[in-house]
Design a binder for this molecule. Structure first.
Ligand code: SF4
Length: 428
């Protein structure tokens, strides 16, 4: 039986697509093995969001080649897609597959076997590129499944390469999504993470223009679905209807990831973000008025071109003032082909590192404060893994990691526990 191994970089959408590709390989008679094993085919599902992500994609490909020089090494997704646009493809691999060509992966691997030179299968995006998705419902052995409902982005934030890597916005029709959710529940998944590249745009391209709230309400009603988590949503796409849905459905996780990117209006404008700081603040206030204990996580970019020390400080103060349960900090990375790549006023590397460290430290403090606020409360936890010392870990619906030594716990089980710091404690 031929073997295939996967390594995934980047976002939750990529994770879901890797699961779906693994399913296609299994159906074609392959055995999926760990990436550290000797495999016949290594698939690297790449990311191009930063220079470092591209570098890492190349390093992983080299590592796979070293592990088994006879193997076929395949790079798929965002990196080959944007590299093609730049006219410089990564070398040293046997097959390059574009973002929209993932559903053809097995056929392409078979074709690459016969080819005498590396095969390139990177399609161009067109306006009518329809939604391409492959089922992930046979993914086994994990407690949380990702369910991709949307692809592409047309926001064109000035720093972001994703619209060029993923193409125009396309949505998956509601009945298909519901069917997939039913299969995932049937396969034993307790939690489904609804993902998309720009999930707030869901439905704009579909007949009748259903919106995200309509879609989520249908999925929340799938019998047996214990948890639905929304992966990330732009601030200006959160309305009263979404929050009222979260309040009405106890299986809708009380957690939203709402990218901020900067806490200064001039920088937000230069980034081509569609809100200013006072609008962002109002949205957070509205969200908290519905669910006061909600966990709000965010992304911030430091060192965007021309960002001054005072503007960075404004971002720092804004983040501290809003208070997030988790903070992801990114150093600005110049992406050729984006408007920001042409901007003058680059922030020196050392300065970006300093700003990033300051915000990471703030993020840790805020995460700790949020976690400490759960002490003495009862939480529902989806238990996931047990380590070699017998300690179980899992997540609350607010995406806080809880640990316990309770030997009665089982993987993929949801229990209600008292966070007392002894029998169950928080890991920050
Ligand atoms: S919304 Fe902005 S940051 Fe997010 S994928 Fe689209 S262009 Fe990139």
């Amino acid at each position: 039986m031929p073997t295939v191994a996967f390594h995934t970089l980047g976002c939750k959408v990529n994770q879901g697509e890797t699961a779906a590709m693994a399913h296609l390989f299994r159906e074609a008679g392959y055995k999926v093995v760990d990436f550290s094993a000797i495999a016949d085919v290594y698939v690297i599902n790449t990311c191009a969001v930063t220079v470092q992500a591209e570098q890492k994609s190349r390093q992983i490909a080299h590592r796979a080649r070293d592990r088994n020089p006879q193997a076929m090494v395949v790079m798929v997704g965002c990196y080959p897609q944007v590299a093609k646009g730049r006219g410089k493809l990564p070398d040293g691999v046997d097959l390059l597959v574009g973002s929209g060509d993932k559903p053809r992966i097995v056929e392409l691997v078979e074709r690459a076997r016969e080819a005498s030179s590396p095969l390139v299968a990177i399609s161009h995006w067109t306006e009518d590129t329809s939604f391409q998705m492959i089922s992930a419902s046979q993914e086994v052995g994990r407690t949380r499944a990702t369910l991709k409902v949307q692809d592409g982005c047309q926001q064109f934030c000035s720093y972001c390469i994703i619209p060029y890597a993923r193409g125009p916005e396309r949505s998956r029709p509601i009945p298909e999504v519901v069917q997939e959710a039913q299969s995932l529940v049937k396969a034993g998944f307790k939690e489904i993470v609804v993902t998309g590249i720009h999930v707030g745009s869901y439905g704009r391209d579909l007949p009748g223009r259903p919106d995200l709230v309509q879609l989520l309400e249908e999925v929340l009603q799938v019998p047996g679905l214990e948890r639905l988590r929304l992966s990330s949503i732009e601030p200006n796409e959160i309305g009263h209807s979404l929050m009222s849905l979260m309040r009405r459905y106890p299986n809708f996780c009380r957690h939203l990831h709402i990218p901020l990117q900067a806490g200064h209006d001039r920088i937000l404008k230069a980034m081509n973000r569609r809100y200013n700081t006072s609008e962002y603040r109002s949205i957070i206030d509205m969200v908290r008025s519905y669910i006061p204990e909600i966990a709000i996580t965010t992304d911030v970019i430091v060192g965007f071109p021309t960002e001054t020390e005072a503007e960075f400080q404004a971002t720092y103060d804004f983040v501290a003032d809003i208070g997030f349960s988790r903070l992801h900090v990114f150093r600005y990375s110049r992406r050729p082909g984006t408007p920001a790549a042409e901007m003058a006023g680059l922030v020196p590397k050392e300065e970006k590192a300093r700003r990033s460290q300051a915000l990471i430290a703030l993020g840790r403090r805020m995460a700790k404060e949020y976690a400490e606020g759960l002490m003495g409360s009862e939480q529902t936890v989806l238990w996931e893994n047990q380590d070699d010392d017998g300690v179980w870990s899992g997540h609350t619906d607010t995406y806080v990691t809880v640990c316990s030594r309770d030997s009665d716990l089982r993987s993929n089980q949801i229990t209600r526990v008292l966070i007392d710091g002894k029998n169950a404690w928080i890991k920050v």
